[in-house]
Design a protein around this ligand. Sequence first.
Ligand code: SF4
Ligand code: SF4
Length: 96
Amino acid sequence: MPKVKGEIKIAIETCKGCELCVHECPQETLAMSEELNQRGYHFAVVQDESCTGCTNCALICPDGAITVYREHRGKKTPVAKISDVKENITFTIDGR
Ligand code: SF4
Ligand code: SF4
């Protein structure tokens, strides 16, 4: 599972159905709708939760129809801190 989860919002009435975002997405997150928007275009839709928030789709979209959000998961938090060491020290971890 990717460390960064992305989510996008597509302004479907702005979309002109060029499909650039579908081809640009490395995760194959996007597809084109069966339905038409009010302007008569098939529009981009999210088909699964594989988005990593890479922003490729938003950058390629000529109509600025995509907004990307990112959520960082599994953020590293310190579990131990060693400080004020004045001599060489040796650690043994799991018998190694
Ligand atoms: S942000 Fe990246 S991974 Fe997510 S839908 Fe757009 S191109 Fe695909
Ligand atoms: S790149 Fe933009 S205009 Fe083209 S299909 Fe995707 S959302 Fe629609």
